[in-house]
Write a protein that binds this ligand. Structure first.
Ligand code: 5GP
Length: 195
């Protein structure tokens, strides 16, 4: 496979569309991919580790990093909760000669695309329906009712942006969506014109 230097893979979707499962599948399939660990100010969930799932930090620390322009993109994804991709995280992964995989929200993905317009593949994962999305969020057991409502409202809005991305993969069947995404990523990683 050619040197992957400075490529970026974005997997974006409304929350609950299955992008994390698809991202895990792709990471297992392609060792050259490295998960881009975001900074976040929300509480860590059970089983989440600092520096692995997120760089968990206080609001003050996050805002200091915004002021110092340390983020490639950042968003207040939910009321009062910041999430962002650190430039240092992308540099860390590129230095390993790997390709960062960004599992980020739709607005953040649009910002990354504007800032890094070449060597990028963005895949929007489309949930089969809002009802199905609600079911998936409820089955997680980790969300409060308010958080589920906020995520559903946000998802309906985010669906409008799907045409801004390179590819749309409908997740009505997870193995099928994984296979479709895998074929797209394989082509992207092998494309020597995108390096
Ligand atoms: P969760 O709280 O469920 O881990 O993530 C909530 C949302 O924030 C998800 O849609 C996730 O993809 C998104 N997200 C995670 N990291 C980032 C980031 O660095 N930037 C942006 N814009 N969104 C992120």
């Amino acid at each position: 496979m050619p040197a992957p230097y400075h490529k970026i893979l974005i997997i974006t979707a409304p929350s609950g569309a299955g992008k994390t499962s698809i991202t895990h599948h792709l990471m297992n399939r392609f060792p050259v991919l490295a998960f881009s660990v975001s900074a976040a100010t929300r509480q860590a969930r059970k089983n989440e580790k600092d520096g692995v799932d997120y760089y968990f930090m206080s609001e003050a620390e996050f805002e200091r990093k915004i002021a110092l322009k340390e983020f490639a993109e950042w968003e207040m994804v939910y009321e009062g909760k910041y999430y962002g991709t650190l430039k240092s995280e992308l540099e860390r992964i590129w230095a390993l000669n790997k390709v960062p995989v960004l599992d980020i929200d739709v607005k953040g993905a649009l910002h990354i695309q504007q800032q890094y317009p070449i060597n990028i593949l963005s895949i929007f994962i489309e949930p089969p329906s809002v009802d199905e999305l609600k079911k998936r969020l409820m089955s997680r057991g980790s969300e409060t009712e308010d958080s589920i409502t906020a995520r559903i409202n946000k998802a309906s809005y985010e669906m409008a942006f799907k045409t801004h991305f390179n590819e749309v993969v409908i997740n009505d069947n997870l193995p099928h969506a994984c296979a479709t995404a895998e074929a797209l990523v394989k082509k992207f990683l092998e494309d020597e014109n995108r390096k």
